[in-house]
Design a protein around this ligand. Structure first.
Ligand code: DWN
Ligand code: SAH
Length: 396
């Protein structure tokens, strides 16, 4: 395999086997045509970059019917409000232009709409982009890349803030991404983004963060090294508890601002914990294998006791768990979810029925596999009446 940034050869250290498209919730009539790829991961030692080998084309994942909506979590809506306040307070002037990459249904950008700022979101998935536009969030229904960035004449070298969440790791061509940022960002502009954090994934053994959309799982060391190649610098980071452990990165042009002491401390911590070296990835591989054995044992035990098990939240992450651990409808009867676009379809690869919440309330199981473990507080509070057992492959 070839490192997607350095183009150097690397050896994949682990395969999760054949995987379908993580958000490819499927109709029965399409079972025979389902697309699979081999999900392998590698670690580029010179850039400390954790990455997928093969993956589906972006257009196969982000299209007319992408079934994830940022607004599906109340907690995340509130998080984006606070994130927007942080940007307004620190980086935005009254007349600044602001761009969001991967603006989805507009949940983040809504927080800027009533101000005087010129805003635009890039969102290639048509259905979610349309939802944003309906709610008056200016949106370009297209991929963020140099070709499309060049169309935004007024924003070229004139954008004070480019922000993003949970999308930079979805973009395979980081060279084109950073050149697009360079094209649009003003002289003193800031590129700020949040992504699932490699250190959290290693610590929690949350290998379900690895799926087709997540081409990279970034560390602070990797981000520092990659942006340095393009005359940008990472100047600060802020750990976030969202999506099971994320990192917020603040990037400026070279010679604009000074890296914070806080950043230095975090970089040092990654060195001490060996997150910058392949050693941690090899330990993680063993951890994943043990986690798989444990969760299979847990589910088999429940089944031998004739317990009824269901899944809660048909997350993208659950596709990795179900396919890697070979868990199908014979073990998990159904998965309940709030997203109309997923309901009455089947989970990718293993074909577990996805049902609405009323089905869950009428058919209460004994045990629930919480696939949205990252939204545990929000969900457990909401489902306080459920008296059975909640479990997951990560500690709840
Ligand atoms: O990076 C990504 C993150 C931001 O969102 C994308 N690649 C795709 C997606 O990942 P995910 O599907 O793992 O996201 P969530 O937010 O962990 O899960 C969303 C799913 O959970 C939706 O189908 C809605 C469902 N859900 C639910 O049924 N009840 C969520 C909540 C909070 C609930 O109460
Ligand atoms: N930022 C939102 C959505 C994350 S899901 C949040 O944090 O909740 C990833 C989103 O990025 C999807 O809506 C997908 O369509 C979009 N996306 C994927 N590749 C992209 C690209 N190259 N440019 C812009 N958006 C992209």
């Amino acid at each position: 395999m070839i490192c997607k940034v350095s183009k150097k050869k690397i050896t994949p250290f682990m395969s999760f086997g054949k995987m379908p498209i993580a958000n490819g919730f499927i109709e029965k009539t399409d079972f025979n045509d389902e697309y699979f790829y081999n999900m392998e991961v590698g670690f580029s030692e010179n850039l400390s970059l954790f990455q997928l080998n093969d993956h589906p084309r972006p257009e196969a994942m982000f299209n007319n019917s992408y079934p994830f909506f940022s607004g599906s979590s109340e907690y995340m809506k509130n998080h984006f409000k606070k994130y927007a306040d942080f940007i307004k307070k620190n980086f935005l002037k009254l007349d600044s232009k602001i761009i969001e990459i991967g603006s989805n249904d507009g949940t983040m950008l809504k927080n800027f709409v009533n101000g005087q700022n010129d805003i635009i979101g890039f969102e290639p998935s048509k259905n979610v982009a349309q939802k944003a536009m309906k709610e008056n969030v200016p949106t370009l229904n297209n991929f963020f890349n140099q070709k499309n960035a060049k169309q935004l004449k007024n924003f070229i070298r004139n954008t004070d803030v480019i922000c993003a969440s949970n999308v930079i790791c979805h973009i395979p061509d980081l060279d084109d991404l950073i050149k697009s940022i360079d094209l649009l960002l003003s002289k003193n502009g800031t590129f700020i983004f949040e992504e699932p954090y490699l250190g959290s994934m290693f610590e929690k053994i949350s290998y379900d963060q690895i799926y087709d959309e997540h081409i990279f799982v970034f560390s602070i060391t990797a981000i520092t090294k990659i942006f340095k190649l393009y005359d940008f610098q990472l100047i600060d980071v802020q750990p976030q508890i969202t999506h099971g452990g994320s990192m917020r990165y603040v990037i400026k042009r070279k010679n604009n601002g000074t890296p914070s002491l806080n950043l230095m401390k975090h970089l040092e911590k990654e060195k001490i914990n060996k997150i910058d070296s392949i050693e941690s990835s090899l330990i993680f591989k063993k951890d994943c294998e043990n986690s798989k054995l444990k969760i299979k044992e847990k589910i088999n035990k429940l089944k031998s006791e004739s317990k009824k098990i269901c899944g809660y939240a048909a997350t993208s992450k659950s596709t990795t768990i179900l396919n890697y651990c070979d868990i199908g409808p014979e073990l998990i009867e159904f998965i309940c979810d709030t997203t109309p676009e997923k309901i009455e379809k089947f989970s990718p690869g293993k074909h577990i029925p996805i049902v609405d919440m009323s089905h869950f309330y009428k058919n209460q199981p004994d045990s629930i596999y919480l696939f949205a473990w990252n939204h545990k507080d929000e969900i457990l509070k909401k489902e306080d009446n459920f008296k059975g057992e909640w479990f997951s492959h990560v500690a709840l």
